[in-house]
Structure formats: structure tokens, C-alpha cells
Design a protein. Structure first.
Lengths: 461, 1178
């Protein structure tokens, strides 16, 4: 009893004057309680969704490792020991579920998705003007779709979280269901966004063309060629984009966000944490040494890739440097950059460019004059003769070959192989392994399975 | 490099010695004596081979004579032989004292005085006139400890009522009936002393403090208590124990002195912070540091104000500076360590890691004192590891390359595809050049005789010195203490240097009988030049020590033109050599400085409302300011880079902590019942502000500050925490025999979730003073025997300031080629987040035996920390990977024993202090599912595990069984799924199949030990003979393991850099199997036996015994000018006995990360220090 009186006394004493004294809000960080109310809040929140595309789990690094390095275009340069051994595993379809590349990719993708979700949840109750509301929703929907598209390609069967919540729904849905959702979202987003931004300071934001292009890609991935053709045709007829005359002018800081560019993840050098590491990944030999494991995850060009170029293809020398001296030096030249510190390059990552629209359209319309027409537009720039039905090989083979060299080291190859059903045969042949060893999806990170209490199940291969 | 012992004060000391001689003389002639006529008495004696003293004794026995002399004058031990029969005393003395430089006089029938020749006749005349009446004795009474003159000492002639007291200057004058009386000197707090004034030096007396330990008053939370009434587990360290070891921070001085207080010094860098744990580590994610209360101001170590400005990643961060270097150990009066829930409970949500109370010195009324202390000396790195020399390294490198080549190539079999007629184990002849692991560096094939001792180049002798002056005293109602100090320490790596300047003032005024006010102010400034000595050689900036260890002795430190060699060392040699840095280049290129200005103090007023009731209001303030700068010069070619990468960072931080405390104190004794009550209300707030800015692209090294380069980043941060608390304590005792105490504190802290900000922390304790019971009265040898127990709840609030709030971090992006602000969630909101709570039971026994000649204590405790703060993994589809949650439970239990004995007392004294403590740490619950936490240490692989049933942060990996000797053994062993394509060979390590599935897989990883010691102990032996004192302090740790990550390079068998000499014991062949522990050399073990996987091979025994300190002092006899004068020599870390391969068996790479303790990834060596010092009190 006495004790209770004492307790009460002590506590009363505190509450009498302490409420404001101890309820402190952070000073140098925004908090969830104070954010997502005003137009400025949403502006910076939307900017933050783009930032998710720079993370090492997304386009910053591991989307490249899990797509481009997986393919026959490059292999890992890390060797078999230490940190780089997981990279070799990925290269050889032997990755294990605890690999950092997988867990980081998963976590960072969902981190971006959560940033989009909270905007979509809260923007309707905000004081943001209608015009901006539209744009912000459109941007958030596109970025969420782009992240989900990558997640679906990489892991297949994943949870689909569309609202901001700490108690998450862990039900796994198949990739096709993800694609359906993406299609739904992108159709909503399409009219919300401008074809072009008037202000120079908005260069890099999502346009309606970017939305339509991704929509076309997702239709294709789903196998809905008719709708893909409609979407992609819209991009062509918009006349917003055209091919850059010189393939080499697609690369380098000076040529970023050019006429062919549809959507790029923006990076900038200067020690502000906004630089990219593509120089280190693709041209480690030119990279600056920096810290332990300096140029790790470097991705040397495979001989198979070199052989994929036909003679006279202008793209070869504009994509790859190769000397024939000893020791042999070969590296990708698409991501050269002048930078003072490691992993602080100026190169953007090209997610979509007009050549992709043309070649996807060729894929959507199928073999025929129209299809070859699109392919030949791309070949013409590469200085190559037109092809036709008479050219040896199946249409799919020709498309794949064209896409491989056009988009070499641009994260397209592995997805192309998957979409066009060639992954198993091509990779088995490339690695001299049985087709059964070629995995079409990655293992779900073990950590996610562990923490889900059995709700999330591992992929079968 | 300074080789000479530098001691500038020799001259000064000589002066003091001379002064003292004169003082002795003055003292002697001041003896007030007189004489009158008398008849001489006859003496008979037969002295053979005896001394003067004995003869005098015989004369005194036969007659009424008493001899008066000083030992300084008369060599009483001089051997003599003499024979007398009924001789006049004149004759006897003439004979005995013949040839001695003395004069003597028989003053009367009682007194014979002997003096030196300088004494003038006029003095004799004076003496005589004084002695005409009764004998008058005058003298002075000093405190033995510090020579203070004691006022008010009662001097009583035993058995009579004749007495007097000493005056202001400690002097007294007393008429005595004769010189055969016994005088009793008594003074409060001091031991009574009885003196028969017939002996030399009888008139000046040194009184000793009453050393009955259990009568001491010790400082507890919010008050003081008599030790014998204490019911909690509290250890007290006195000023004298702090003085022994010369260190920058008091924490270092108390290592090994207190049972249950584990202090480890992971880095020997001047000023670096030790790791302090009271009764083990209870927390996994929150802090394990105790709470510090400095003169009533509770502060956390708050190392967050020091920023990581040196480019290093989190795992390689250089250790923090100790924030307590700003407290001058000379100003400390006592340190109390509150260990159990009862003692620490009054600090509520901050008490669960224990509390260290530091109390500084105050002035004492009528005890004016000026003291000047100082020491100076030097220190050298100690316990250096044995590394290979060039010859050994070359042989080993060839072995590694050959083994690698031979694993896949058989040059000896002409039928084999890889037959190689020109194979030569000593050259590269005929080896494929494409495979670097097959190749021997050309520098090794054609060795030019270079044999560089890299460690020797990096390490050098550093000077240490310290000077303090303090003035204290008091008059009437006012006391004061004021001091100034300077401390300077050069590290054993040239260029690292720590300087401290301290000032302190305390004034207390009793304005009236009712009102007392006081204030104290401490101002300290430290200036520390740091070098990146800690961390691996590949960290940025590189770890200097590690670099010196891995550098090949075949490389030259300097090029022919005298510049530092960065272009012709193993970086450039190819042949699978690992790139590192020339440590001399790092030392030259890095400039790092941290300055700390700290001002803290308090004002208080205490009002006695009633006789038994007082009110105290206390305002404390702590202002902490850090300025840091870092510069990496253009000259450093990092790991063989062709070009430097200059970088500068500059930062500052300010912390302001204020506290306002109001307490009511009530104490009452009614018959046999004693009560003491305390109630209080406190509010505290901490404001932190941190800024930093960085720059790159310096064209050269002319300007080393930010302005010399191009600014590339910066940040400014502010944060706060607040705490309001109510507290109460009641102590009750019945007949001073049965003691009960209860404390309660309620804390409301801003750090916790909005829905959960208030916590209540109660504790109770009880004590039974068995010795007070009547049935114990017969056991007179027991002076004290007290049984005590306590139980209570405390908390740990060391969590991030805004840990409960969902924070949004910067998520910037580029639009229009410009950086644009963006944000994104960084942490999850958790309104329920709260303190970790710890329940602790303590049972203890205090005892004192045989007149306090033996006293000590024994404690058993068990604590359970629950609501453990964990960064729990959550499904990433939430957008977060982890969330800070209160889930988990850790147990610590242990015993502590300490004993102090006075083995020999008297003229030769010997006393011993011994303490030992054992603690066992165990995780009981973890997260929602109990899943173990696997932690990646500094080396990038999983090497630690925190799991139920084991200690927090245990080492985790494969267990080594031994070294395979034959192929048959390999064939018979479980198949190792981790070895590379080449497979294991004889000489490779065999790993244990823990789960018995006949395969070695990841499932066979197991716990391999942990950093927490089984027990720690310290033993101090003190000897005193006449004016000499000697103290020997040994301290040790048993049952600690260290994860020696330096083995990954220095014992990896790959020979891609230098190696520990230990690898000479490797398996070379079936006929040269080595010591059975070290595997074979193989330049690509990863592809073959994979010997370097995380395993017990890298876990080493970190037990040690250390001769921590030896001090030999000499105290000058009572001089006139100084009250006390002592000179001493002291040596710290004289020897260490340890099997550990590296420098320091206390090393911890990430001392603040509880999940990965005990890693050695290169550290600043510990030093051995030799000092010469003095204490002077006026």
C-alpha cells in the first residue's frame, strides 16, 4: 500500500510538468509524424522514390549483377575466393538463398515500393494541388511498377504490398499477377504525366512515354503481344523520341537524357553520394582503387559476347575496348567516366531508350515487313545491312541477336532470354551445363523465409 | 628518438635534500632542555660486539639517565666493545662516543643530551635555563599520510590529567613531571599513539589515519553512508590507489583493483578509451557502459560527440578517446563502484550497467596545504610479436608457391603431362607465368640481403610527464580547493601525442548554521594528435601497426634518394603478393587531431530546515566541446596506387548537459531505531550539436585544412534527450544490527516511445551485522561480520535519442543534373519502445578479523536483463529490414571476492590486497523466434554468433581437429564439402564434423569461445620499511579467447606478405610435421584445403598475467619546510605472460559493438612505462 502511494506520488510529480519536457521531436531528421502533409513534403517524398532506383539493391548494382552478369554477355571478374565467391555462384546458377546480392536486392526494391506506397496512401488527404497530385501519383505508380517488374523477373513468386503498413501481407503471388497489377497501375499513370517537362530542373522525371514503354514491355513479358504493340506504337507515333545518329553518342555524361532516352536513373559525380559505380563494374581496369575489394563485381566481357558482333557492326568499337596485345585488356566503354573517387561516376543508367521501343515493337508485331522494318532502323544506325525473312535463322533468333548487341551491357539480355524462352538452351550451351541446371528465377532470400514464419516458400528450380 | 632518461628536476631535488638536512639541524637545536647540578651515578657494564643503542639501554636500566639525541647525529648502530666497573658516566661516554663527531652533556640526573658539533654554547645556556623547572616538552603533530599539521590533537600524560592540545600550526608544549612518562596523542579519525619521550625524535609525532576500513564513510548515490551500514554491493577506491599508475584517465588506474569491475584496454594509444564493464555485459544492442556520476552530475560517456572523421568504415573506426581524460586523476578524492540493484537502483533507468561515482577533492578547515606533484619518464611499446625475418620469409614464400604449383603439376614424373625438366624449387624457371600463385617474387629469388625491421621503424620511445599543483584549506566557515595540472604523453608511435591542461576550484561556505552553499568548476582542455594505428593494413587510412607487421622485410623503407619507398615494395613485385602500404608513408601523410574543451561544475545550497531535516538544491552543468580535423596527404599512395587521393575532414561538436536536483534528507534516531530518508526530484537535459565538412582535390600538401581543397560534403545535426525523475530512499536500522534499505526511482525519458515513457525502478536490501550479536562477543577476533542481500530492478536507457520515432532520412536524387532533396523512411516508428530492465539479486558478506588486519567481502549475484533491445529482422516487404524492438533476455551471474590483509605490521610492514571475480554470461531469449544472430565481424565473414545458451557475441566457425599427416587420414576423414577442387593434402587442417553426418558443411560450425573472461583478478603487495615503500601490483585475466583476425594475413600460409614467426612451426613434409598445429604453406589455400575459413585456428587464448605496476618510493623524514616529501620510481606494464601471438591480449577491434567483441585486426600496442616522480606537500 505504502509502495503504491509512493508510486503514485512519484509519477504524479512527473506528469505535473514534464509532458512537454520529455516529448521531444527529432531536430535534424523529419519524422513520420510530421511528414506527408504539405506539397513540399510530397515533393521531397516523390524525389525519394527515385532515389530508391540508385540503391545498391536496385540499379545501383545488384539488378546488373542479377541480370547482366547472369547472362552470357559478361562473367564475374571476382574469382572464387572471399566476398566475390557469391558472384561466381550467381554466374554459374549456383547461388544460395543467403547471398547478400539477393537479400539486398529484395530489401532495397521493397524499400522503394514502400516509399511509393506511403505517397499513394496519403496524398489524397493532403493539401497538394490537383495538378501536382496527378503528377506525383503518376511518378510513384511508375517507380513502383518498375521495381515490381524487376522483382517479378528476378524472384518470380513474391508478396505484393500496395499500401504502406508495418504489418505486411506476406502472401506470395505469381509473377503474372504482379504484371497484371503493373499494367493496371501504368494505365492509370499514363494520363497523369506530361510527355515532356518544361523546366530543365525536371529533366529525369518520369514521362508518359516512359510509362507507355514500360507498359509495352510488361505486356510483352506477359505474352500479350497485341496490347504491347498498341502501347509501343503510341510511343512511336508520339514522335517524342528518335534514334541518336551516332551510337557512341548514347554514352557519357554529355549525352545523357538525349533524344533517344526514355527513362534513365540519374547519377552525378562529385562526392555527394550521387555517383554511380558502373565504371568499376564494367571497366575495373580503369577504375580507381578504393577501399577493400576496390573494383569488386567487375564484369569482364565474355568471348561469346565479342563473337556476337558481326563484322562491320559499328556498335562493337563503340561498346568495347579490346587490345590484342599481351596481357589482353578488354572492357566495356559504355560507362567511361571521369571521377575523383571510386564508385562516384557520372554515368546514368539507361532503363529505356527508343531503340528498345523499336525492337520490342518488332517483337510484338511478329515476323513480317513491319517487324523487319523496325529491326532494320536499328541496324542501319549500326552500319549494318538490312535483314529480312530471307536472312538465315528464326525471327526470334534474329531478334535476340540484334537485341544482344544493341543492348549489350544494358541489363536487357537476361530478360530477353527469359521472355523469348531461350534462357535454358542458350545458357546451358554457354556454360556447358545441363539445361536443368539453368534457373529461371532466383532463390528467395533465406532471411525473408525465416522471418515469415513459413508463409513465404522457397522457389523451386 | 630520445634514448636518455630525461629528468630535468634533479637539481631541484638535490636542493630539497639539502634543505632537509638543515631542517633536521634546526629541529635538534630547538629541543628545549635545561640542566642543573647533580651527582653522577656509577655505571657497570660489559659490552662485547654490541652497538651504542644497546649500551645506552643498559645505562638507562641501571640509572635514572635518559639519553636525548637524534639518529641523524648519532650512529646508534655503530658496533662497540667496552668494559666498565662502577665508572662515572662521563668516563663511559667519553669512551663510547670517542671519535664520533658529536658533543654531549649531562644536564641533570635524568637527562643526557648528545648533539653534533655545530651546536653553540649559547644554545646550551638557553637549554639549561628552560630545563631549570620541570621538564617541558614541545613538539609538532603531523598527519602521517600527507604531513598536514594537525590542530587540536590532545596530548595527555598517561595516567594523569596533565594534557594539552596542539595549536593552529600543530605545535604543543607540555610540562611533564619526569621523562619516564608515557604520552598519548589522540585525534578524531586517527589512531591513538603512545610515546615514551625518552627516545629520539620523541617530540614530533606523526599520527596515522584510523585505517579501520569498515569505519570509512563512503559515497553512495545522493549521499554518504558509513561503510558498516551499507547493504548494497559497493566498492570504494581511495585516492592513494589512484596515484600508483600514471595514466591519462582514472579508469586505467583502477584496472584490476575492484572485484566485478572489468576494465580492458584495447588500444595503447594515448588517451584512448578503455572498455568498462561492471558485472558483465547485459545488453546486446544498447550500451554496456556504466553511468558516471561526477560530483553528483550523472553523465553517460557520450562518445557520440566524437565523430568518425577519418574515412574509415564503421568496422575499422579508430577507437574513441576516453571522455574522462578531461578529469585530472590528481583531483579525485575517491571512486565508488555501485554494483548491485540496491546501490545503483537510485539511478533507475540508468543503473543497470552499474554506476561509477567520482568524487573530487575538497578543502579541509584549518588544514592549509600546498601540494606539488609530478613525474616524468618514458614509455615503449611492449610485448611485440615475433615476425619472420627475410630469410625465413623467403623460404616460406618458396614453400607456399612450390606447394601450390606441385598440387596440380607433377614435374618429377616424365610420363606426366606437366613434366617439367627445369623445375627448380628456388627459382621460377619453367613455371607458367600466367598463374601468379605459382611464382616466387624475383626479389626473393635474388635476395639483396635487405632485412627491414618494420615494427622497429614505426615504434619509438615516447616521453610521459605530469605536473600538478594544488592549494587547499579553509578558515572559519569557508573551505576551498584549487588546482592546476598538466599531463603530456607521447605514444610509442612517433607523432601521436596527448596533452591535457586542467584547472579546478571548489569553494564551500557555511553562511550560517542553517545554510551552506558551494560551487565547483572544472575546466579541462585536451589536445590529441592521433595516428591511424588501429585497424587492418587495407583500411583507409591504413592501420600503421598492421602495415608494419605485414610489410615484407625484403623491402627497403626508403628509396635511394631518401624518400619513403612506395614504389618498390611488395605492391610492385607481383607474384601474388598482397598490396599494402609503407607505414612510414602513412605516418607522414596523415594528420589527425582531436581537441576537447570541457567545462563542468555545479552550484548547490543546503538548508537545514530542522536539526534532522535538510533540503538541498543542486544545479550541475557539463559543457563539452570537440574540434576534430583529419588530413590525408597527397603523398600517400594507397595500396600501390599511382596517385595520391588527398582528403580532409573537419568537425566540431558541442554537448550541453544540465541537471537540476532537489532533495530532502531526514535522519532520526529514536532509541534503538535509526532512520534516514531521502526524497528527490530531478530534471536533466542534454543538447548535442554536431557539424562536419569535408574536402577533396588538394593540389599538394601545403594547406592541410579544408580551405586547401574543394568542399565535397558536410552536415549539421542536433539532438536532445531529457529525463525527469522522482526518487526516494529509506534506510532503517535497529540497534545498528539489523539494517534495511529501500530505494525507488521513477524516470520519464524522452528516448522511449510516447506510449511508454515512464518507468519505475524499486529495490530493497537488508543487512545483518552478526558481530553485534551477543553470541559473537566471545569471538573477539571478529571485528566485523555482516551478511547482506539485495534485490531490485534497474534499467538501461542507452538507446538512440529518437529510437522510438519513425525517422525519415535523406534520399536525394539528381534532376536536371542537379542534386535535389528527397526523403525516405529510415526507421520504423515504435511507440512501445522502452528501456531494457535488469533484475538483480545479490548476496554478500563483509568481514574484518584480528583488529582489522584481515578484512574483505564476498558476493554472489545473478542478474536477468529482459526487454532486451534488439534490431529484430522484419519482412523486408514492409520497406524495412530491421526494427528496434524490446525482445530478448540475458543472464549474468558471478562471484566476487576481495580481501585485504596486513601481513606484517611494525617497523617492517607488508600488506596485501587481493580481488578475484568470475562472471558468466548467457543468452536466455532472443527475438520473436529465438533465431541466433549471426554477425559479420570486421573481416567480412560470419565469425560471431549470439544464440540462446551461449555468451553474447561468441566466436563461431569450424572446429579444427588437427593437421592431416597422411593421405590415408584425409581419405578416412569426413568429406569436406568446403575444400576447393584440388582438395585437402597432408599438411592441411582437418575440421570437425560436429553434427556427425560424415560431411563437413556449414552446419558443422560451432561456438569456439568468447571474449568474456572466466575470471579476472588483481593482487597488490605493499611493503614499507622505515621510509621506503614498495608496491607490486599483478593483474590477470583467465579464460578469455581472442579472435585474432591478423592471422588471416600473418598466419595464412599463403606467404603473400610477412608472417608471424609462429608459421615456422608449419607442416613442411611428413618428416617435418612441425608442431602439429600449423598447416602447410600454400599460396592458394582457398582453392585447396581452405585452411583460412573461419575456425578455431584463429581463436587464441587471451589469458594473461601482467606485472602491472611496481613502485618504489622513499619518503624523507619530517622536514621543516615541507610537510611531506616523497620521491618514487614506478614502472607500469613491466612484464606480461601470455600465449597470445599479437601485441595485446585485451584488444578489441570494435569495442562498442557487443555482437562482435574480441577481434584483433591490428591495434596500437600497449606501452611499458618507466617514471620518476615526486610529491611535495607544504
Amino acid at each position: 500500500m505504502k509502495k503504491n502511494i509512493l508510486y503514485t506520488f512519484l509519477i504524479l510529480l512527473q506528469f505535473s510538468c514534464a509532458k512537454e519536457f520529455t516529448e521531444l521531436a527529432p531536430i535534424s531528421d523529419r519524422s513520420i509524424q510530421s511528414a506527408y502533409k504539405t506539397a513540399t513534403d510530397f515533393e521531397v517524398a516523390v524525389n525519394g522514390t527515385y532515389d530508391a532506383l540508385q540503391l545498391s539493391g536496385t540499379y545501383g548494382k545488384y539488378y546488373l549483377v542479377l541480370n547482366e552478369m547472369r547472362s552470357d554477355n559478361v562473367y564475374n571478374g571476382g574469382g572464387s575466393g572471399g566476398i566475390a565467391s557469391t558472384l561466381e555462384d550467381i554466374d554459374l546458377f549456383k547461388e544460395i538463398a543467403t547471398a547478400t546480392e539477393l537479400s539486398t536486392s529484395w530489401a532495397d526494391s521493397y524499400k522503394g515500393i514502400a516509399r511509393c506506397n506511403i505517397i499513394l496512401d496519403k496524398i489524397d488527404q493532403s493539401t497538394v494541388t490537383d495538378a501536382l497530385k496527378k503528377r506525383y501519383k503518376g511518378e510513384a505508380l511508375y517507380i513502383r511498377s518498375l521495381l515490381y517488374y524487376n522483382l517479378a523477373v528476378i524472384f518470380g513468386n513474391i508478396p505484393m504490398q500496395l499500401t504502406y503498413a508495418t504489418a505486411v501481407d506476406l502472401t506470395q503471388v505469381p509473377a503474372s499477377q504482379i504484371y497484371d497489377q503493373i499494367i493496371k497501375d501504368l494505365i492509370i499513370a499514363e494520363p497523369l504525366l506530361p510527355a515532356k517537362y518544361t523546366l530543365a530542373t525536371d529533366v529525369g522525371r518520369v514521362t508518359t512515354g516512359a510509362v507507355t514503354t514500360l507498359l509495352g514491355k510488361v505486356y510483352l513479358t506477359k505474352g500479350d503481344k497485341a496490347n504491347a504493340a498498341i502501347a509501343l506504337n503510341k510511343v512511336v507515333t508520339s514522335k517524342s523520341y528518335s534514334l541518336v545518329t551516332d551510337y557512341a553518342k548514347l554514352w557519357g555524361a554529355a549525352n545523357e537524357n538525349g533524344v533517344e532516352s526514355i527513362f534513365e536513373v540519374q547519377f552525378k559525380t562529385g562526392g555527394q553520394g550521387e555517383g554511380s559505380g558502373y565504371l568499376e563494374y564494367f571497366a575495373a581496369v580503369l577504375g580507381r582503387s578504393g577501399g577493400a575489394g576496390g573494383g569488386n563485381a567487375s564484369m569482364p566481357v565474355t568471348p561469346d559476347m565479342l563473337a556476337a558482333y558481326t563484322s562491320g557492326d559499328l556498335r562493337y568499337t563503340k561498346s568495347i575496348y579490346k587490345n590484342n596485345k599481351l596481357p589482353d585488356t578488354t572492357y566495356v566503354t559504355k560507362y567511361l567516366s571521369t571521377q575523383t573517387t571510386s564508385f562516384d561516376g557520372d554515368n546514368n543508367w539507361v532503363v529505356s531508350r527508343y531503340a528498345d521501343v523499336l525492337l520490342m515493337l518488332a517483337e510484338a508485331v511478329g515476323e513480317g515487313t513491319e517487324g523487319y522494318g523496325y529491326i532494320n532502323q536499328v541496324r542501319a544506325r549500326a552500319g549494318l545491312a538490312a535483314i529480312s525473312a530471307a536472312t538465315p535463322g528464326t525471327y526470334t533468333e534474329k531478334l535476340l541477336a540484334e537485341r544482344r548487341v544493341e543492348f549489350a551491357f544494358e541489363n536487357q539480355r537476361w530478360q530477353d532470354l527469359l521472355r523469348l524462352g531461350a534462357a535454358k538452351t542458350v545458357m546451358a550451351k554457354f556454360l556447358s551445363i545441363p539445361t536443368t541446371s539453368v534457373r529461371l528465377v532466383y532463390p528467395i532470400p533465406q532471411k525473408e523465409i525465416d522471418v515469415s514464419n513459413g508463409k513465404i516458400v522457397q522457389n523451386t528450380f | 628518438m630520445e634514448k636518455k632518461l630525461h629528468f630535468p628536476n634533479v637539481k631541484f631535488l638535490m636542493k630539497i635534500v639539502r634543505t632537509m638536512k638543515i631542517a633536521t639541524f634546526l629541529f635538534l637545536i630547538s629541543i628545549q632542555l635545561s640542566a642543573k647540578n647533580f651527582a653522577q651515578q656509577k655505571i657497570s657494564l660489559n659490552a662485547q660486539n654490541t652497538n651504542i643503542l644497546t649500551v645506552f639501554k643498559q645505562i638507562e636500566n641501571q640509572s635514572s639517565y635518559r639519553f636525548f639525541y637524534s639518529n641523524d647525529v648519532l650512529p646508534v648502530n655503530k658496533a662497540i666493545s667496552a668494559q666498565f666497573k662502577d665508572a662515572e658516566v662521563d668516563l663511559v661516554l667519553n669512551k663510547i662516543l670517542a671519535g664520533l663527531d658529536v658533543r654531549w652533556k649531562i644536564l641533570d640526573e635524568k637527562n643526557i643530551v648528545i648533539s653534533n658539533n655545530i651546536m653553540s654554547t649559547s644554545n646550551y645556556a638557553d637549554s639549561r635555563s628552560m630545563m631549570l623547572a620541570d621538564s617541558v616538552i614541545t613538539g609538532t603533530v603531523f598527519a602521517a599520510e600527507d604531513g598536514t599539521l594537525l590542530k587540536g590533537v590532545v596530548v595527555l600524560v598517561k595516567g594523569t590529567s596533565i594534557k594539552t592540545a596542539t595549536d593552529e600550526s600543530g605545535r604543543y608544549q607540555l610540562k611533564i613531571p619526569n621523562l619516564k612518562v608515557t604520552l598519548v596523542y589522540s585525534y578524531v579519525g586517527y589512531t591513538n599513539q603512545e610515546v615514551v619521550p625518552s627516545r629520539y625524535n620523541a617530540f614530533d609525532v606523526r599520527l596515522k589515519l584510523n585505517t579501520k576500513a569498515l569505519d570509512d564513510v563512503i559515497v553512495v548515490g545522493y549521499g554518504k553512508q558509513k561503510r558498516r551500514e551499507v547493504t548494497g554491493a559497493i566498492a570504494s577506491i581511495s585516492e592513494s590507489q589512484l596515484k600508483e599508475i600514471a595514466v591519462s584517465s582514472f579508469e586505467n588506474a583502477i584496472q584490476g583493483k575492484v572485484a566485478g569491475l572489468e576494465i580492458s584496454v584495447p588500444s595503447g594509444e594515448p588517451g584512448s578509451a578503455p572498455v568498462i564493464r561492471i558485472r558483465g555485459s547485459a545488453s546486446i544492442s544498447a550500451g554496456n557502459d556504466p553511468l558516471y556520476v561526477i560530483d553528483g552530475l550523472p553523465i553517460s560517456s557520450n562518445t557520440g560527440l566524437q565523430q568518425n572523421i577519418g574515412q574509415r568504415t564503421e568496422a575499422y573506426t579508430v577507437p574513441k578517446m576516453s571522455p574522462f581524460t578531461t578529469i585530472n586523476p590528481n583531483d579525485i578524492q575517491s571512486i565508488e563502484v555501485l554494483k548491485d540493484a540496491s546501490a545503483a537502483g537510485i539511478y533507475g533507468s540508468r543503473g543497470s550497467n552499474g554506476v561509477i561515482i567520482v568524487t573530487t577533492k575538497k578543502g579541509i578547515k584549518n588544514k592549509k596545504q600546498v601540494s606539488f606533484t609530478g613525474y616524468t619518464g618514458y614509455q615503449d611499446a611492449t610485448n611485440l610479436p615475433k615476425l619472420m625475418n627475410s630469410e625465413q620469409l623467403i623460404a616460406y614464400t618458396k614453400d607456399a608457391r612450390n606447394n601450390n604449383y606441385l598440387q596440380t603439376n607433377d614435374p618429377t614424373n616424365p610420363l606426366s603431362k606437366t613434366y617439367n625438366a627445369s623445375y627448380d624449387p628456388n627459382t621460377n624457371a619453367g613455371r607458367p607465368t600466367a598463374t601468379a600463385t605459382f611464382l616466387i617474387p624475383e626479389k626473393y629469388v635474388n635476395w639483396d640481403g635487405t632485412n627491414t625491421d618494420w615494427l622497429g621503424l614505426v615504434l619509438s620511445r615516447g616521453k610521459v610527464s605530469n605536473y600538478n599543483v594544488s592549494v587547499s584549506g579553509g578558515k572559519d566557515n569557508l573551505t576551498y580547493y584549487t588546482s592546476a595540472g598538466y599531463y603530456s604523453e607521447q605514444g610509442s608511435i612517433a607523432g601521436s601525442k596527448f596533452d591535457r591542461y586542467t584547472f579546478r576550484t571548489t569553494v564551500i561556505d557555511d553562511i550560517s548554521k542553517k545554510l551552506q552553499v558551494g560551487s565547483s568548476l572544472n575546466v579541462a582542455f585536451t589536445d590529441n594528435n592521433r595516428l591511424p594505428a588501429n585497424g587492418p593494413y587495407f583500411a583507409l587510412p591504413p592501420g600503421i601497426i598492421y602495415d608494419a607487421m605485414v610489410s615484407s622485410p625484403v623491402a627497403k623503407p626508403y628509396l635511394a634518394d631518401g624518400t619513403i619507398n612506395q614504389t618498390d615494395n611488395q605492391n610492385q613485385w607481383g607474384a601474388y603478393m598482397t598490396t599494402n602500404n609503407n607505414p612510414l608513408a602513412t605516418m607522414a601523410a596523415i594528420k589527425e587531431n582531436i581537441k576537447n574543451l570541457r567545462v563542468f561544475g555545479n552550484v548547490f545550497a543546503k538548508y537545514n530546515i530542522l536539526e534532522d531535516l535538510s533540503f538541498k538544491t543542486y544545479l550541475g552543468i557539463d559543457l563539452d566541446n570537440y574540434q576534430q580535423s583529419y588530413y590525408k596527404g597527397v603523398t600517400l599512395l594507397y595500396r600501390g596506387a599511382a596517385k595520391g587521393d588527398p582528403f580532409a575532414k573537419s568537425s566540431s561538436a558541442q554537448g550541453l548537459n544540465w541537471i537540476w536536483e532537489n532533495t530532502l534528507d531526514y535522519s532520526k534516531k529514536v532509541n534503538d531505531h535509526s532512520f534516514a530518508l531521502l526524497a528527490g526530484y530531478t530534471a536533466q537535459k542534454q543538447n548535442n550539436e554536431l557539424q562536419w565538412i569535408q574536402a577533396n582535390s588538394f593540389p599538394d600538401d601545403q594547406v592541410k585544412t579544408i580551405s586547401g581543397g574543394i568542399v565535397t560534403g558536410g552536415s549539421a545535426q542536433k539532438e536532445q534527450w531529457t529525463l525527469v525523475s522522482g526518487l526516494a530512499r529509506m534506510n532503517y536500522s535497529y540497534k545498528d544490527k539489523y539494517l534495511v534499505s529501500g530505494t525507488i526511482r521513477s524516470d520519464k525519458s524522452s528516448r522511449f516511445g510516447i506510449g511508454n515513457q515512464t518507468g519505475v525502478f524499486p529495490s530493497v536490501s537488508a543487512g545483518w551485522r552478526i558481530d553485534e550479536e551477543s553470541f559473537m562477543k566471545n569471538l573477539s577476533f571478529i571485528n566485523e561480520l555482516k551478511l547482506r542481500t539485495s534485490y531490485g530492478l534497474t534499467g538501461n536507457f542507452q538507446i538512440p535519442n529518437y529510437g522510438a520515432i519513425g525517422l525519415l532520412g535523406n534520399a536525394n536524387y539528381i534532376f536536371g543534373n542537379n542534386i535535389t532533396t528527397g526523403i525516405g523512411s529510415s526507421t520504423l516508428n515504435n511507440d512501445k519502445l522502452s528501456w531494457e530492465s535488469k533484475k538483480q539479486l545479490d548476496i554478500g558478506l563483509d568481514f574484518a578479523l584480528f583488529n582489522d588486519r584481515i578484512y574483505g567481502g564476498l558476493d554472489y549475484y545473478r542478474s536477468l536483463t529482459s526487454n532486451l533491445l534488439l534490431n529484430v529482422t522484419v519482412p523486408s516487404s514492409s520497406g524495412f529490414t530491421t526494427a528496434l524492438t524490446n525482445i530478448g533476455e540475458v543472464e549474468n551471474k558471478g562471484i566476487e571476492f576481495s580481501i585485504s590483509t596486513k601481513n606484517i605490521i611494525g617497523k617492517f610492514q607488508w600488506s596485501t590486497d587481493f580481488n578475484i571475480s568470475a562472471n558468466k554470461n548467457k543468452v536466455l531469449k532472443l527475438g520473436p523466434t529465438g533465431d541466433p544472430i549471426l554477425s559479420v565481424g570486421s573481416a567480412g565473414d560470419i565469425r560471431h554468433i549470439t544464440r540462446i545458451g551461449d555468451a553474447v557475441g561468441s566466436y563461431y566457425g569450424y572446429q579444427v581437429v588437427g593437421v592431416y599427416q597422411t593421405q590415408d587420414q584425409i581419405n578416412a576423414a569426413p568429406k569436406d564439402m568446403l575444400v576447393g577442387a584440388g582438395g585437402a593434402r597432408p599438411g592441411d587442417l582437418q575440421f570437425k564434423d560436429v553434427n556427425g553426418d560424415n560431411l563437413i558443411t556449414a552446419a558443422d560450425r560451432t561456438v569456439l569461445g568468447n571474449y568474456m573472461p572466466d575470471y579476472t583478478y588483481g593482487i597488490t603487495n605493499k611493503f614499507r620499511y622505515n621510509n621506503f615503500d614498495l608496491s607490486v601490483f599483478v593483474q590477470g585475466v583467465e579464460g578469455r579467447e581472442i579472435l585474432n583476425l591478423t592471422q588471416r594475413h600473418l598466419l595464412n600460409g599463403e606467404a603473400n606478405l610477412n608472417s608471424y614467426a609462429e608459421f615456422l612451426n608449419r607442416w613442411i613434409s611428413a618428416t617435418q610435421p612441425g608442431n602439429g598445429k600449423i598447416p602447410r604453406a600454400d599460396s592458394n589455400s582457398g582453392l585447396h584445403g581452405y585452411n583460412m575459413r573461419p575456425s578455431s585456428f584463429q581463436v587464441e587464448d587471451g589469458s594473461y598475467v601482467r606485472l602491472r605496476n611496481v613502485t618504489l618510493g622513499y619518503e624523507f623524514p619530517i622536514p621543516k619546510i615541507t610537510k611531506k616529501a616523497r620521491v618514487y620510481v614506478t614502472a607500469t606494464n613491466l612484464f606480461i605472460w601470455s600465449k597470445y601471438l599479437g601485441f595485446n591480449p585485451e584488444v578489441q577491434q570494435q569495442a562498442t559493438n557487443n555482437l562482435v567483441p574480441g577481434e584483433d585486426y591490428g591495434a596500437y600496442p600497449i606501452s611499458r612505462t618507466f617514471l620518476l616522480g615526486f610529491n611535495l606537500t607544504f
